[in-house]
Ligand binder design. Structure first.
Ligand code: FES
Length: 165
């Protein structure tokens, strides 16, 4: 049996080196599939067809299996994130203080479900576990700014500003 040669990196983008490093550290073994897809998601913010194909070929798993993983876990996204991202903390403290209502308000205002991006690519709505600011619950990360004690009105105001920015 001839030695396996992994496919070349899809581009010079340094982030592929991170992804490749994850596979190399696991000896390009099949069990590294989820960890590697995770590495693509956290490096690029989403996984496109080329990325999934590259990972599947590198780890010698069927393409259908790689797609199966990506579509099964809510964490993975097949679309690039929006220009802006509202990440509602859905940890216990924030949940008690109304995170579910904030999520519902944002979903209604944007016409999307959590985990999705508006069709114009402006805004993504995400949720996270505790972001470490429980005393200010409910907390929303507006891009990378932590906003505590968020109200429905503030949430709508933020989304409206982003819709045109
Ligand atoms: S539960 Fe939301 S910041 Fe801790």
């Amino acid at each position: 049996m001839s030695a396996f040669t992994p496919p070349p990196l899809p581009s010079d983008d340094k982030r592929w080196k991170i992804v490749n490093g994850t596979m190399r550290k696991n000896g390009f073994a099949r069990h590294a599939l989820i960890e590697t897809l995770h590495s693509v998601q956290s490096s690029f913010g989403y996984l496109d067809d080329d990325a999934i194909r590259f990972v599947a070929q590198s780890l010698r798993v069927p393409l259908s299996q790689a797609y199966g993983v990506v579509t099964f876990y809510h964490y993975f996204s097949l679309k690039p994130p929006g220009k802006h991202t509202a990440t509602v903390c859905a940890g216990t403290a924030c949940y008690i203080k109304g995170a579910a209502k904030l999520i519902a308000t944002a979903e209604k205002r944007l016409g999307i479900c959590q985990g999705q991006t508006t069709s114009d690519g402006q805004i993504s709505l995400m949720t996270a576990r505790c972001v470490g600011a429980c005393s200010r619950a409910p907390v929303v990360l507006c891009d990378d700014e932590v906003v505590g004690e968020m109200t429905d009105e503030q949430m709508i105001g933020q989304l409206e500003r982003w819709a045109v920015e």
